[in-house]
Design a binder for this molecule. Structure first.
Ligand SMILES: [Zn+2]
Length: 287
């Protein structure tokens, strides 16, 4: 298992495999971030008023020290916001300082460890879960789900009792579809099953659900029909995994507000986090 985690987290292969291209990218990000820091660019752009959404999936035990470092570093330059508050601030155009907002996709059981660490720092987060997969304990099915849908080593998923414990601890729960399907490939009936049904199940079990994030997260994994289904189902927000931060305006896909989120897992070197945050802030300002 440790070897599988190491392979999955290897910095030379951002998708969990080692490639020479990944090694070059790693070196280029580190060099650029070091140069930007040297010329004061990082400090300048990190002080800009904006909301930066960040998301992760996993937090294996070897990642926990990196996660603490990430939280402590971000806290020195940003204020953490709960997910609903971040969405409200965007809608009301109340972005008066640098903010970050954390979320976790897929509903892995190790989210409990992340939540315990977040509680120590009093940092909020939203956990996007797939209600059709919550509580799955069959090891053969888990292995298949992790391999084909999450592309990661076999990992346990949250139970309903654990999801409810997260809510009781003050965290938010969002929908990540019923069963983690790529929405761009689905018919309108299937979209209703994956998006609308997950809204109904979560609302019934947890009392409310406001936020949605689609699996895989790139625009080509989504569609205009899926975007309409999200808001028709009753969700208040819809998140991608397209990199970027928000200043005043949400980006739109077929006139539907879409949140940008950056994937910045805890095991990445912090210079890489700085690279993406700086680049996003520059781009949001039109640079
Ligand atoms: Zn996912």
């Amino acid at each position: 298992m440790d070897r599988a985690i190491e392979e999955y987290n290897h910095p030379y292969g951002f998708e969990g495999y080692r490639t020479s291209r990944g090694a070059l990218r790693h070196a280029a990000l580190s060099l650029t971030a070091a140069y930007w820091q040297g010329v004061g660019k990082v400090d300048y752009w990190l002080r800009k008023e904006r909301i930066q959404f960040l998301y992760m999936h996993h937090l294996f035990p070897p990642d926990e020290a990196g996660f603490r470092h990430l939280l402590e570093s971000l806290r020195a330059t940003h204020q953490f916001l709960g997910y609903s508050e971040a969405v409200q601030r965007l809608e009301q155009d109340r972005i008066d300082r640098p903010y970050v907002c954390l979320s976790f996709d897929d509903g892995l059981r190790q989210n409990i460890n992340a939540a315990m660490i977040l509680q120590e720092y009093d940092i909020p987060a939203c956990f996007f879960v797939c209600p059709g997969l919550v509580g799955e304990r069959d090891s053969v099915k888990l292995k298949e789900i992790c391999a084909t849908r999450f592309r990661m080593p076999p990992t346990e998923l949250l139970s309903w009792a654990e999801v409810e414990a997260l809510v009781a601890a003050g965290f938010e729960i969002g929908s990540h579809t019923m069963t983690h399907q790529v929405l761009a490939q689905l018919s309108s009936t299937q979209l209703t099953d994956e998006i609308g049904q997950s809204y109904e199940v979560l609302k019934k079990r947890l009392g409310e659900v406001q936020h949605f994030a689609w699996p895989e997260g790139r625009y080509f994994h989504f569609s205009d029909a899926a975007a309409r289904a999200v808001y028709e189902a009753g969700y208040q927000s819809c998140a991608s995994a397209e990199r970027g931060c928000h200043t005043t305006q949400l980006l739109h896909l077929d006139e539907t507000p879409i949140l940008r989120r950056d994937y910045l897992p805890a095991h990445w070197p912090y210079e890489h986090v700085l690279y993406f945050l700086t680049r996003n802030s520059q781009r949001a300002a039109g640079h």
